[in-house]
Design a protein around this ligand. Sequence first.
Ligand SMILES: Cc1cc2nc3c(=O)[nH]c(=O)nc-3n(C[C@H](O)[C@H](O)[C@H](O)COP(=O)(O)O)c2cc1C
Length: 371
Amino acid sequence: MAKSVLHTSLCDDLGIEYPIFLAGMGVKGRATPPGLVAAVSNAGGMGILGCSWLDADEVRRRIRAVRNLTDKPFGVDLLLPASMVDATPDRVEMRARIERDFPKHVAFVRALMDKFGLTPVTAKGGVMSPEFIRAQVDVCLEERIAVFAAGLGDPSWVVPMAHQVGMKVMGLVGSVRGAERQAKSGVDYVIAQGYEAGGHTGKIANFPLIPTVVDAVAPVPVVAAGAIADGRTLVAGLALGAVGVWVGTAFLLAEESNIYPVHQEEIIRGNAEDFVVTRAYTGKTARDFDNAVIQAWETSDLKPLPMPLQGVLMDDFVAAADAAGRADLINNPVGQIGGMLKRRRPAREIMMSMVEEAEGVLDRLAAVRRK
Ligand SMILES: Cc1cc2nc3c(=O)[nH]c(=O)nc-3n(C[C@H](O)[C@H](O)[C@H](O)COP(=O)(O)O)c2cc1C
């Protein structure tokens, strides 16, 4: 079969058909379940398991679950925050620290619980801390997945170990300075993620960000992320100099996605301006569907706690909202392109319509040139 015109150098390097990644999306393991990761890899792209908030045992379990569904390459994404307060994986200890040092934040959450009539629930599981992250990374190295992707931070300590076992490393950034730091640390690909993107996001939009990063880190290849959801936006990413695209929001509406049905409905009815940037849930700027909790946070005079403390503070609230069936109060990270998406589809269909539309766009542009 003839190769698609979209088949870039990245495809040969990674052994895939199309230069399309399912972005690694954390959110407690709901956004990139093994079935979705495998579906994207089986369709010729590269599925990435978002494992940032999952403990090492769960990371291993999910890697093996993907292997049961595909023999194609796939990867894992973890958050490696460049700056983090001195934290331990012990949630009880972290919670006690917050109660002692940040009583106003604790009062804010209690007031929210009262306002929405929620019954207190204590969140379980470990806290993202250097020790927790090290154990996650060890599992990725032991399992020798094809690609290790680092969101938020500095993967320089992972790169030599990953290369030693034949893994490729990708580093996600939202600024040129961050991209230069990643390139220096030896990553194989820099993912440049614009302000439009869902989840943790920087301040620079894709049009200025991607070509500037491409120039700054050459010859390290760049993958474009943020607001890429159809053939037009895929071609735009490649036109800006990227060798592939990293797609998050569009796959949140995949039938294989496991996000709350209420969250899928929020995306379907949302317009671009409904996906706002807030520090309410994690302490770092993240783009989420606007909700009553974000509005309460933005009108409070509180400063976000440093990572991972804001997350620990909010986890109990999120657990209580979950138990009460109030997903509308739980963070729903979505990019601005969510405003364009109007229906759920199987992941393979999302991918193949991107590919076919992109090929059509390129034909159309070539035809204009021939006229
Ligand atoms: C629900 C959700 C969760 C995300 N979680 C992570 C994460 O855990 N690690 C990470 O590196 N990026 C995360 N991101 C960012 C994505 O990797 C990706 O860069 C982004 O989704 C691209 O923009 P788009 O949403 O407009 O496609 C998340 C994005 C979303 C929408």
